[in-house]
Design a binder for this molecule. Structure first.
Ligand code: NAD
Length: 439
């Protein structure tokens, strides 16, 4: 151990002498991670030391970057963010599991090494850990899936998309399709062989692929059953055989149905009222059964009215926000059916929830509401869009449509407590971003 640390110190000195502070920073960080791991292994009561060393590591490393680093501010910022993430992860594990923490320290180091230098640091990988995580995003060319893919690529992760482009669009992924760490498999969720190919070598599956239209599910329940339920069971079955670390399932607030009680909490009785809602509830139950029976780690996220760039305003089944923005921009009057309200959630919050769900320790087999935790009436929505677009278009009011849920908003307490989730982008901020973007 002593020899190992003196090697690290020499390496740090060497890099500093050669003015490669960025590299010194990484070696130093690794050094403290090692120290942390050893403390955790040999002495359980050393938690406070470990915590102290982690914090020291972060502050010293940050100091190197900001004071001496010969690097531009964007790179420095990225490094700072990465280091903070490393520290948060480690501190989060401190009082729980030694092996996990030890493994995680090495794992994060090797991933960041690869990210910054483009090569594997094979010199000192005594843990033999996999240094890159590989993610499969089903439905990755769709609205939400493409945002998840973009964020993962931004973080330097390896990503694979499985999509049949039934509602997904190639332009959603055109900005990053040529990245070397992205792979596209064009095929159907229901095919065992295609899913097997897509899942091969994957650590995490973010299962977004589905037909997500309530009205289409009413018209064609057999198709929705086939894709949303059989497709999900196919994913779980293959994931189990391939020993995938965790599957995150995109569920829906539609499961709550028309029950008037608010806010919606995860422990409320589900009351699905469309084939779509039922398919999502069945998907959740399948996830939980695979966790219970086989130990496959699954987490279900119930999304509430997601909005953001790339949502298709021209789709027959389009959501209200992109449709209203397009209409108001074109000078048309939007139609409001009764005074309903919704918990509109900007897509970046949903992306964040998916990534938190991959590693959250107290989340396996659980269901979480993913929303903003507030409610906006459709009237308020129209007013905000007209203000942002700078026109004064008045909506047309009609009677409520039968079957429409009147009001809905979520309790996000459980996600806050167990995933560390919060809606970092508010509804207003999200709306400004969408109106400003080219839908
Ligand atoms: N958008 C929302 O407000 C919202 C709310 C609740 C839940 N969800 C869920 O989130 C997920 C993503 O929704 P979205 O809004 O991005 O929808 P989307 O239609 O934009 O994305 C779905 C993707 O799945 C793909 N897909 C469909 N059937 C497939 C099949 N058989 N094989 C392979 N790929 C297939 C589509 O091509 C598309 O790319 C869905 O599971 C949806 O049910 C969305």
């Amino acid at each position: 151990m002593r020899e190992k640390f003196s090697n690290h110190i020499s390496a740090i000195k060497c890099f500093i002498c050669h003015h490669n502070f960025h590299k010194a920073l990484h070696v130093m960080h690794y050094h403290f991670l090692c120290l942390f791991s050893y403390f955790r292994c040999f002495e359980r009561r050393a938690d406070s030391f470990a915590l102290c060393f982690c914090s020291m590591s972060l502050s010293i490393s940050s100091g190197f970057i900001s004071r001496f680093g010969k690097t531009d501010s964007k790179t420095a910022n990225r490094s700072m963010v990465s280091l903070e993430r490393v520290n948060a992860n480690i501190i989060g594990t401190i009082v729980t599991d030694i092996d996990y923490a030890k493994h995680y320290g090495y794992y994060r180091y090797y991933r960041y090494y690869y990210h910054y230098y483009g090569t594997e640091d094979s010199s000192d990988n005594e843990q033999g850990v996999t240094f890159m995580a590989r993610y499969l995003v089903t439905g990755g060319s769709g609205f939400i899936g493409s945002h998840i893919v973009e964020e993962l690529l931004e973080r330097g992760e390896d990503v694979r998309i499985l999509d049949n482009f039934s509602t997904g669009r190639r332009e959603n992924i055109s900005a990053f399709i040529n990245k070397s760490n992205l792979e596209l498999i064009e095929g159907d969720l229901r095919s065992y062989h295609i899913v097997q190919e897509a899942v091969n070598g994957v650590d995490y599956i973010l299962h977004q692929g589905a037909i997500s239209s309530v009205s289409q599910s009413v018209e064609n329940p057999i198709l929705i059953n086939d894709i949303n339920i059989n497709g999900t069971v196919n994913i779980l079955n293959v994931a189990l055989k391939a020993e995938v670390k965790r599957v995150i399932f995109a569920s829906s607030a539609s499961i709550y149905g028309n029950e008037p009680e608010l806010p919606k909490r995860e422990d409320m009785k589900p009351s699905p009222e469309s084939p779509y809602a039922l398919s999502k509830y069945t998907g959740e139950r399948y996830c939980q059964i695979f966790t219970k029976l086989h130990g496959l780690e699954t987490v279900c996220l119930r999304y509430f009215n997601v909005f953001g760039p790339r949502q298709d305003p021209n789709s027959q089944y389009s959501a209200v926000i992109p449709k209203f923005i397009q209409m108001i921009k074109e000078g048309q009057r939007p139609i409001i059916y009764g005074e309903v309200s919704r918990d509109f959630t900007y897509v970046a919050n949903v992306v964040n929830a998916n990534l938190l769900a991959c590693t959250a320790r107290d989340a396996v087999g659980e269901v979480f509401n993913i929303a903003c935790g507030g409610s906006v009436t459709i009237n308020q929505l129209v007013k905000k869009i007209t203000d942002l677009c700078g026109n004064n278009i008045k909506p047309i009011y009609k009677d409520p449509r039968p079957g429409d849920v009147k009001n809905s908003y979520a309790s996000i307490e459980k996600a806050r407590a167990r995933l560390g989730y919060s809606a970092t982008i508010s509804f207003d901020e999200g709306l400004i971003r969408v109106v400003g973007s080219n839908l």
